[in-house]
Every structure is written in structure tokens, then in C-alpha cells.
Design a protein around this ligand. Structure first.
Ligand code: 13P
Length: 258
């Protein structure tokens, strides 16, 4: 069985006490199981203020924590912003960059995403670069072009030696929070394209994982995760409950065990 990345983006959900309770329950559920093995990599992305209570509940467990965002400047007069160094020093190992909600609600351009990505990698974080097309772009046949532009713009800011800290997440905008996931064939096609573009840019040995995100739940996870170029899931809604989050991996495991 291939290694699976099971990443949960809590978005603007989970008070500190809720995050702590979730992690205590998650830690109980995964002890002594294969979750501690090299076969599953679990990372949670809580809101900033919930990060400390998540980390408090996780010591000794194989689960890591990441931030949903970080700014590209180191410090200064940037009201409301949190630097990548702050993210790292709070104990996060990962950070998201270019999530579609940051692009579409907060107006982040490819240029801003590229700067954030560069800073995240420079401070030693693993960066999850999100990309994906809108419904209009898909319906007008522009998916690959849009995805290629987003990826190449971001890749320019990644020094070759940092490529091993890069993770990609294909999240079609129309599939996020809508209950309408991309079909396994469509997701595979775009993830394979992204993997090829990454290995063309960083060298064949780079093996950058590509995750799929957008309405992933237990009932569709098995088929999606079984596709050869989909290495994991970036989960929103279904990551808010321990049962539905773990069911995603368990369904994949059942399917691949035959
Ligand atoms: P949903 O799983 O709720 O569609 O969200 C996906 C997502 O945006 C993860 O980053």
C-alpha cells in the first residue's frame, strides 16, 4: 500500500477547547494502530489561536500541526498578520499556501502566494501549495492551462534544495464545501499533470506528493485515493469530527486490501 497523506483543514472552526478535545480523542483512536507507521502522515491545520491547544493534546502522537496561512514579511507594521517564523516557533511544521479561500475571499494573487511559499520554505516549514480551477474555467476547457499557470508561478519561487518540503494540493474551487467532488478520473488527470510539471521543474527524483481536496468524505475517499497520482486528501468539512476524518483513510485501506 502506498503512503497516504491525511490532512485536515479546519478553516475558521474549532475553539481552542474544541480542538484540544478533538486531538485527545484522535490520539486515543490511533495509538497502537498503523497510524504511527510510515503509511499514514496526518496533519491538522487549526486556526492560529487553536494551534497551542492542539499541540498540547498531541505529544507522542504521530500527528503534526500546521497553520492555514502565514505572511511573507518577517515582522513590522502588518496588522492582523502572522509571520512564517511565528508559525514555526509556535510549533507548526506545515503551512498552507494559496488556498482558494485565501485567493478568492482575501484577494491573494499568484505573486503573493509565491512570496508566502518562498518564506515558508526559507524558515524550514513544509508548505502545502493549493491550486485549482473555478467552475467557469473547467467548463470552458481551461483547467490544465489555469493549473499550469498557478503552479509555474509558484514553482519559480522554490529553490531546488527546498523542493523536498513542498506538497501540492489540487482543490478545484467548485468542489470545495459543495458536496460535489471531482470524479476520480478528473482528479487523477490533474494530479498526474501537477506531478509531471513538478518533476520537470525540480528533477525526476523530487517525488513531490499531490493531494486532492474538495468534498472528500468516507464514501468517495477510497476511489480517489486509489488513483496512482493522488497521494492523499486535504479535507475540510469531514475533518471536523474524528470519526469522519479517520473513516477517509479506513475506506481507502479497505478498498486497497480488496
Ligand atoms: P471541503 O472538504 O469542506 O470541501 O473543503 C476542502 C478544502 O478546502 C480543504 O482545504
Amino acid at each position: 500500500m502506498k503512503k497516504i497523506y491525511l490532512y485536515g483543514n479546519w478553516k475558521m472552526n474549532m475553539l481552542p477547547e474544541e480542538g484540544e478535545a478533538f486531538c485527545r480523542s484522535l490520539a486515543d483512536r490511533i495509538t497502537g494502530s498503523l497510524y504511527g507507521s510510515d503509511l499514514v502522515d496526518i496533519c491538522l491545520f487549526p486556526p492560529f489561536l487553536t494551534v497551542p491547544s492542539v499541540l498540547k493534546a498531541l505529544p507522542g502522537s504521530p500527528v503534526s500541526a500546521g497553520a492555514q496561512d502565514g505572511y511573507f514579511e518577517d515582522r513590522g507594521a502588518y496588522t492582523g498578520a502572522v509571520s512564517m517564523d511565528m508559525v514555526r516557533s509556535a510549533g507548526c511544521t506545515h503551512v498552507l499556501a494559496g488556498h482558494s479561500e485565501r485567493r478568492h475571499i482575501f484577494g491573494e494573487t499568484d505573486e503573493i502566494v509565491a512570496k508566502k511559499l518562498r518564506k515558508a520554505l526559507d524558515v524550514g516549514l513544509k508548505a502545502v501549495l493549493c491550486f485549482g480551477e473555478t467552475l467557469e474555467e473547467r467548463e470552458s476547457g481551461k483547467t490544465i492551462q489555469v493549473v499550469q499557470n498557478q503552479l509555474l508561478s509558484a514553482f519559480q519561487s522554490v529553490p531546488g534544495e527546498h523542493a523536498q518540503d513542498l506538497i501540492l494540493a489540487y482543490e478545484p474551487v467548485w468542489a470545495i464545501g459543495t458536496g460535489k467532488n471531482a470524479s476520480p478520473d478528473d482528479a487523477q488527470e490533474v494530479c498526474a499533470f501537477a506531478a509531471k510539471l513538478a518533476s520537470g521543474t525540480f528533477g525526476g527524483q523530487s517525488r513531490i506528493p499531490v493531494l486532492y481536496g474538495g468534498s472528500v468524505k468516507d464514501s468517495n475517499a477510497g476511489e480517489l485515493l486509489s488513483r496512482p497520482d493522488i497521494h492523499g486528501a486535504l479535507v475540510g468539512g469531514a475533518s471536523l469530527k474524528v470519526d469522519s476524518f479517520l473513516a477517509i483513510y479506513e475506506n481507502y485501506r479497505k478498498l486497497s486490501a480488496g
